[in-house]
Structures are given as C-alpha cells and as structure tokens.
Design a binder for this molecule. Structure first.
Ligand code: FES
Length: 107
C-alpha cells in the first residue's frame, strides 16, 4: 500500500523510457517522466512564464520548454538553459506493482 498522501496518477506501462506526461495532484500540474526506467516528477509549469513543459521535448534528462526554449533537469528541476532560472519543485514518486503514485514535494 502506498504511503498516505500519495495519489495514483498513472500506470507504469503508460510511460515508456524517454516519455513524459502531464498529471495533476490536487491543484498542481505535474510533469511525470520515465528516464532510463526510473520515474520522476517535477512541476509541469515552467518557472519562467506560463507554459507546460509536457508540451515541450524530453531529451535524456533535459526537458525543454516549448515557449522560449529554456530547459530544466527533469530529475532535479534545476534550470539548464536560460531564460529558465528558477528551480522547479520535485514531487515524491512511489511505484507499487503497476501503479505510479505521487505526493507533494518534501518541504
Ligand atoms: S516560459 Fe518556459 S522558458 Fe519561458
């Protein structure tokens, strides 16, 4: 059983390595990625202006924003290319069987 606070957002077989998808956790839009078989979750909304990173491109660990081309590390949320400059939040991820659960960032 997933820990409390975790919400099922997808199934493992919905997201292959190198793919990403947008999910929601309460009021938060979250970018869920499969990077080399590991699942990660960061804010989906770019910290530069309003754009969804899930509409951009995922290249390895780097997700590129579709609006101005800024990019972030999809595991750490750290900006890799301007104009992105503010780090995105990392959501907690748990896998249980075929299910992917996420929870709010550890504060
Ligand atoms: S909105 Fe993402 S780089 Fe500008």
């Amino acid at each position: 059983m997933a820990d409390s606070g975790f919400v099922k957002v997808a199934q493992v077989n919905e997201l292959k390595p190198g793919e990403m998808m947008a999910v929601t956790l309460e009021d938060d839009q979250v970018l869920l990625t499969n990077i080399d078989g590991e699942f990660h979750a960061i804010d989906d909304v770019c910290s530069h202006a309003y754009a969804c990173l899930s509409d951009g491109d995922l290249n390895g660990k780097e997700v590129e924003c579709p609006l101005h081309g800024g990019s972030f590390n999809a595991i750490t949320g750290v900006p890799m290319n301007p104009p992105a400059s503010e780090t995105l939040r990392i959501f907690q991820v748990q896998i249980e069987g075929d299910d992917i659960f996420i929870a709010p960032p550890n504060s």
